[in-house]
Write a protein that binds this ligand. Structure first.
Ligand SMILES: *Cc1c(COP(=O)(O)O)cnc(C)c1O
Length: 371
């Protein structure tokens, strides 16, 4: 993707490093400008059929990938309403994992939390201890904590939860899927969801999820799950390559276009590209400290760093919002610190379709701002 591939608003392409929504290729944006089709009929079935093939490859699953015209939060709520009648255990290590716990509470479910400081990952042993001590319908966890840049060891959590029949692992992989490896079937994830506007580099407005057979069985017994996020309705309609209600057709066009790009790149190459971008960001942080005496620090420890987002701690006296503003003045967008980390951190969303070369340009600009 070159800088000439098209202006986005007044800005050149390749300068938008928000950790969601992420930059969308001009040709993906353009693919939305097509005539509408009805949502009951051959045209939508063909579109949904093509999309299924691509999405199953993205999620590494043989199961149907449910498609919702909502933001990702909708499917977080669906995970609770369809999978957890009574009580959940929430692993909380940042703003989005806390939000998952709060969604469960808002759905009237009892919530116990395992909380670890922001910037750390919960320990699978602590999870095993808690599951032995209590009885839970589900465990909620965020794969890539977008507020801190921590990547949680989902595969390890899944093998712990698998030892407790009747307890499901519900995974928010909103900044994981499409950027960090996710092997839904191999890891035995009961419910894993993402949104369109993060590592999949689509416009906001769609959510995707895979539910295990066991979770779908429980969903048939759940009362009070409402209408819009009834996963049984999603699954039943998907058998006919349709959706329960009118889907965001324009976004489905964009999805089909983007899935073709992803297939051409391959998931393995996509994961590797994201890993390189995170690696490069970490190296830049270290070099700023060692070569220039500017003590930056990556918040997440080595081994637990998300390939899609890096949260960088700033030196004493340097304020996050002013760094973000200086970058904006130069025509670049990065993320501010999230919630209580707003003042002392910045976040770089190196996800979606960005390249290491574009990232290098961003880091060069950031070096000037911080020097
Ligand atoms: C962005 C994000 C969400 C919320 O997604 P919406 O599409 O705004 O509902 C949830 N979890 C994580 C980890 C996120 O990064």
């Amino acid at each position: 993707m070159d800088a000439q591939s098209g202006p986005v608003g007044s800005e050149a392409f390749g300068r938008f490093f928000l950790p969601g929504p992420t930059e969308v290729r001009p040709e993906v944006l353009a693919s939305q400008a097509r005539p509408m089709i009805g949502h009951r009929g051959a045209a939508i079935q063909e579109l949904m059929g093509e999309i299924q093939v691509g999405l199953r490859s993205v999620f590494r699953t043989e199961r149907p990938v449910l498609v919702s015209s909502s933001s990702a939060t909708g499917f977080m709520e669906a995970g609770i309403r369809n999978g957890a009648p009574r009580k959940v255990l929430s692993l909380v290590n940042g703003a989005f994992s806390e939000r998952f716990a709060e969604i469960a509470e808002a759905c009237g479910v009892e919530v116990d939390r395992i909380e670890v400081p922001w910037g750390r990952a919960p320990d699978p042993h602590a999870l095993a201890d808690a599951l032995r001590a209590g009885s839970y319908d589900a465990v909620t966890v965020v794969h890539s904590e977008t507020s801190t840049g921590v990547l949680n060891p989902i595969e390890d959590f899944a093998s712990v939860v698998a030892k407790f029949p009747g307890t499901f692992l519900l995974v928010d992989s909103v900044t994981g899927v499409g950027g960090a490896p996710v092997h839904t079937d191999e890891w035995g994830l009961d419910f894993v969801l993402t949104g369109s506007q993060k590592a999949l580099a689509l416009p906001p407005g769609l959510a995707f999820a895979v539910a295990s057979e066991a979770l779908m069985e429980r969903s048939t017994t759940m009362t009070g799950k409402g209408v819009y996020f009834d996963l049984v309705a999603f699954a039943r309609n998907l058998e006919k390559l349709q959706t329960p209600n009118t889907p965001a057709v324009s976004l489905l066009y964009a999805l089909r276009e983007q899935l073709a790009h992803i297939e051409a790149e391959t998931m393995e190459a996509r994961w590797a590209r994201h890993a390189r971008m995170a690696q490069r960001t970490g190296e830049w942080v270290d070099a700023m400290a060692s070569d220039r005496g500017i003590p930056l620090r990556v918040l997440a420890p080595v081994g637990f760093r998300s390939p899609t987002v890096t949260c960088v701690e700033l030196p004493e006296g340097v304020r996050g919002p002013s760094v973000v503003a200086s970058m904006r003045d130069r025509g670049w967008t990065i993320g501010g610190g999230y919630g209580k980390l707003k003042e002392e951190t910045i976040r770089i969303g190196h996800m979606g379709d960005h390249t290491v070369e574009e990232l290098d340009d961003l880091l060069g600009e950031l070096t000037e701002v911080l020097s």
